[in-house]
Ligand binder design. Structure first.
Ligand SMILES: NC(=O)c1ccc[n+]([C@@H]2O[C@H](COP(=O)([O-])OP(=O)(O)OC[C@H]3O[C@@H](n4cnc5c(N)ncnc54)[C@H](O)[C@@H]3O)[C@@H](O)[C@H]2O)c1
Length: 382
């Protein structure tokens, strides 16, 4: 750290590109490095972005970067099979670690990260976009304010066709990348899922079964939560399913229900008149659920990154397009991780929380491979 500010390195210039300008503009960060072995990707990135932001150094080797003692934290946005080993290496090098989802794809690798985090005392945060979207932050506040009454049932879904994405996606078990659909309900209730039944669904093409030996293009699970009466249903599709992209959350409450399983955003159902004790069911009113921009929650330097479009009114010459990606979640993730280090506290999605959200999906796939048998989900705090 220098003058109370951080030096951060970001690894992986695919999806990772969206986070680099946010890191560069964050008021608690003094320098940003990039780690990317693909020279073409570095050149393309710098060709566009060097007009607007300053990158201190571009590294090609992840291992060499970890030897640089001036780097405080590494943000991993690399291919899925690398996440766990890289996270352990970052923590063992005495640096704070942020990792894109999923944390890992095996329970053993989750345990290795939890152990490395404990031993190093450094912060680990899983950068789960689904729990910082505009709709989620509004739903969370409304639940806290009691607008739903008791929560009776939770549902998550994530439909996305990964045909022809980078090779490590080929045939991936859907629930191994289940965190977008699972995390929201667990974050709302503040509970972990303790057991699961899951069925694999459909027929996977043979060429998609070679890497992970997973026969299912879709998986659908029911989780029991620890210390909460609601059950959680989750459905994931990854291949050969004609459904447009959607990451959804539905919360069925006594007084209000949010149903978000469409691409366009959630609907809200409010319970109306309950005064007639003889009514055959009480009426509800339905309207689209509106969630406001959340930039006001963030420092002014990164607040505009919650939205799409141009920004930087004061410096029009350095104006650039920002994505507002994943419903405004990216700057919240950067801010939470940075502040957790500065304030010397656990981040909101620490290693245990990340373990809860990720292990739930890994155990769901295990249940699917055993024809829906009950699988207990380990508690990594023990
Ligand atoms: N909403 C979300 O949270 C969300 C969305 C998209 C992707 N992701 C996650 O982000 C990750 C990256 O996705 P992507 O679409 O950019 O994948 P990608 O495969 O297109 O890009 C990964 C990048 O990492 C680079 N890379 C490979 N090995 C590296 C190493 N050792 N060190 C540094 N960089 C290395 C590659 O050259 C490539 O540029 C995936 O693991 C995915 O799970 C999360």
């Amino acid at each position: 750290m220098k003058d109370g500010k951080l030096k951060v390195a970001l690894a992986g210039l695919g999806f990772g590109k969206a986070f680099v300008p946010i890191w560069c503009k964050h008021p608690d960060v003094y320098e940003v490095d990039i780690i990317e072995p693909d020279e073409k990707r570095i050149a393309e990135f710098l060709n566009y972005w060097s007009k607007y932001i300053t990158i201190n150094k571009c590294w090609k080797s992840f291992g060499e970067t970890l030897e640089d003692k001036t780097i405080d934290a590494v943000h991993i946005v690399t291919p899925i099979p690398l996440h766990a080993k890289q996270a352990v290496a970052v923590l063992n090098a005495g640096k704070h670690c942020a990792s894109t989802v999923p944390m890992a794809t095996s329970l053993e690798d989750i345990q290795a990260i939890v152990d490395a985090q404990r031993k190093s005392g450094k912060n680990y945060m899983m950068m789960e976009t689904a729990v910082y979207t505009y709709p989620f932050l509004k739903i969370k506040q409304d639940v806290k304010d009691g607008l739903f009454g008791g929560i009776q049932l939770l549902r998550g879904c994530h439909y996305q066709d990964m045909e022809n994405w980078p090779p490590y996606w080929k045939g991936l078990p859907p629930m191994w990348y289940g965190t977008h659909a699972i995390s929201t309900s667990l974050a709302l209730t503040g509970c972990r899922a303790c057991e699961v039944h899951c069925y694999g669904s459909g027929v996977m093409r043979e060429d998609l079964q070679t890497l992970y030996h997973n026969p299912y293009p879709a998986e659908t699970a029911i989780f029991r939560l620890e210390n909460h009466p609601a059950a959680l249903e989750v459905t994931r599709t990854l291949f050969q399913t004609a459904r447009s992209y959607c990451e959804g959350l539905s919360v069925y409450g006594e007084k209000r229900t949010i149903d978000w399983s469409y691409g366009d955003g959630p609907d809200c159902y409010e319970l109306l008149d309950t005064s007639n004790p003889k009514a055959f069911g009480y009426p509800t009113y339905k309207e689209p659920f509106k969630a406001p921009d959340t930039g006001w929650m963030l420092p002014k330097e990164i607040a505009p990154f919650t939205r799409s479009g141009k920004y930087d009114d004061l410096n029009p010459s350095t104006t650039f397009e920002v994505s507002g990606g994943h419903h405004g979640s990216h700057p919240h993730l950067v801010h939470e991780f940075a502040r957790s280090i500065i304030e010397n506290r656990r981040p909101a999605i620490d290693a245990y929380t990340a373990a809860d959200w990720t292990a739930a999906g890994i155990c769901a796939h295990e249940s699917a491979m055993r024809n829906g048998e009950l699988v207990k989900i380990p508690d990594f705090r023990k």
